[in-house]
Design a binder for this molecule. Structure first.
Ligand SMILES: [Zn+2]
Length: 181
């Protein structure tokens, strides 16, 4: 079975910018490359799980998102970091375009994307993690049976107090490595 770290994208891998959808605006968060390399050395693989309601809201298209994600994966590959898969939820329960307006099971905190990855890649749930900067990331991980870690980049500092009694907390992805090694 594979050990996987599920990663939120915005605020965890890249600097949170409202409804980011252009590669030229993409910037890696602090210690992402170093952290992922270190985690890889422990035998972890990586899957990205990201809520992208900007698609439902009509701010950008699924094609825009796929282009951005593939550029990100290509850049990580240059550092010898592989991403097994990038899952995204394009939906929103109330807002936006009719085809995307629904209560889905993929929008975090629902665990749909994580469960799909766990099944497809035969993942060892007990030894895998979900990392994100929002409470919905932590809850999605918990709902999928994973251990969740709050990261203090992105919105992390805003929710730290609220979640610190229940979840582990790390400054950045390199700190995640120090926490779980
Ligand atoms: Zn969804």
């Amino acid at each position: 079975m594979r050990k996987v770290i599920f990663l939120d994208r915005d605020g965890t891998i890249n600097i949170e910018k409202s409804y980011l959808h252009k590669w030229e605006d993409f910037e890696f968060e602090i210690n992402v490359i170093e952290g992922l390399k270190a985690l890889k050395s422990l035998g972890y693989e990586f899957i990205v799980v990201t809520n992208q309601s900007g698609i439902a809201r009509g701010y950008y298209t699924e094609e825009d998102l796929k282009t951005l994600n593939s550029e990100m994966v290509k850049k990580l590959n240059e550092y010898d970091i592989d991403i097994l898969e990038c899952y995204y939820c394009p939906h929103h329960p109330e807002k936006g375009l009719e085809e995307y307006k629904k209560s889905c099971d993929c929008r975090k905190p629902n665990p749909g994307m994580l469960l799909e990855g766990i099944k497809k890649y035969n993942i060892d749930v007990k030894n895998s993690f979900m990392i994100g900067d929002k409470k919905s990331d932590l809850e999605a991980g918990k709902n999928a049976g994973l251990k969740s870690i709050l990261i203090l980049t992105g919105y992390g500092k805003k929710v730290e107090k609220e979640v610190e009694s229940e979840y582990l907390i790390a400054q950045d992805l390199l700190d995640v490595y120090k926490l779980i090694k």
